[in-house]
Design a protein around this ligand. Structure first.
Ligand code: BMA
Length: 338
């Protein structure tokens, strides 16, 4: 693969640590992990699987917070450096497009992306069954709920950071009402964020046991000169439960339903205590990245063991090297499913 560059903005204040001497993997953990530990606010027992974006010279985010009654909600948070976070104790209270209050029965696994100066939030919401919720904020103070994109059951909704061929593009994983023992990544398009169609199956589970049970889109795809870089989680079933790791794929820039490469080996798997022990052991679940187009640096925010938020680092060079040396395209990945 020729030299691949990140497209988009420079982010000189991206949280960053150099790769440790002797580290053999393409992704390395922040030495101060976890960045958000247990009980960060009075209401929040565990904050994990959360989304952050650059905002007004610092950072803002939407955080999954499981309350003391066990029910997940979305909370807003702010940070100057992307590492020390202040999470609001009160969950986000949405208004619908008519200005009426809307509080989802539960809400989890948010992703956030700025498109045309507005921050769009996709999450898994209560819609008589788990389904994707969609909303928008401009200031991380007031939040407007938009139409739910799909019927239940669906999770892991991730928007691309710009329109492609004129349409918004959303990845998702159709699922079931439980802990879904299957799942592939699909793509849908919309001209207006209300009506969705032209559905395509992008990537299937399989190709190495770490991703043989289900896969799901992670952070918002990152635009590069070679295509869209997508970090995604892969799940395997063991005799003591699911294990969540993550890898990466490269999707065609004009037709992101086409997979150009995907990592045969995981990039990160649960190994540290805060990943292997917790409310749900053995989970690393990425939901956001920050990237600096000037240096190719990428900071990955991931939920660890459904208990805390952790941070890892890589570069576009490191990931694209893995994608070219260790790709495992499956039958169907390289074509556009119909
Ligand atoms: C999934 C979601 C994620 C969670 C994972 C592991 O189904 O609930 O939020 O991280 O299971 O428990």
């Amino acid at each position: 693969m020729e030299e691949v560059r990140l497209l988009g903005n420079a982010l000189p204040n991206i949280p960053w640590q150099e790769k440790p001497e002797g580290c053999r993997s393409a992704v390395w953990r922040y030495s101060g992990n976890p960045v958000i530990g247990r009980n960060p606010t009075a209401k929040s027992a565990r904050v994990f699987n959360s989304a952050v974006v650059p905002f007004r010279g610092g950072f803002a985010g939407v955080f999954r917070s499981d309350h003391r009654d066990g029910v997940p909600a979305l909370h807003c948070g702010r940070s100057d450096d992307g590492i020390r976070w202040e999470i609001e104790n009160e969950e986000i209270h949405w208004k619908d497009m008519q200005g009426r209050p809307y509080d989802p029965g539960y809400a989890y696994d948010p992703r956030v992306i700025e498109i045309d100066g507005k921050y769009l939030v996709v999450w898994c919401t209560d819609f008589g069954g788990a389904a994707l919720g969609l909303g928008v904020t401009e200031d991380f103070l007031t939040f407007t709920r938009l139409e739910n994109p799909f019927l239940p059951f669906n999770r892991n909704g991730v928007l691309f950071p710009r329109r492609i061929n004129g349409n918004y593009v959303l990845l998702s994983r159709p699922s079931d009402g439980g802990h879904t023992p299957f799942g592939d990544i699909f793509l849908s398009e919309s001209p207006d964020l209300t009506f969705w169609g032209r559905h395509r199956r992008v990537m299937t589970r399989g190709g190495g046991w770490w991703q043989n049970l289900k896969i799901g889109a992670g952070p918002v795809p990152i635009e590069t000169t070679a295509g869209w870089l997508l970090f995604y989680h892969g799940v395997t079933g063991t005799c003591s439960g699911y294990v969540y790791s993550f890898g990466a794929a490269l999707l065609d820039r004009d037709n992101p339903a086409k997979v150009l490469a995907r990592t045969g080996d995981y990039l990160l798997t649960p190994e540290e205590d805060y990943e292997t022990r917790g409310f749900v052991p053995n989970v690393v679940f990425p939901c956001a990245t920050l990237q600096d187009a000037a240096t190719g640096r990428i900071a990955i925010y991931y939920g660890a063991a459904d208990t805390c938020v952790a941070l890892a680092f890589t570069t576009v060079d490191e990931v694209t090297r893995c994608l070219s040396e260790n790709s495992c395209l499956l039958e169907g990945d390289a074509c556009e499913y119909r």
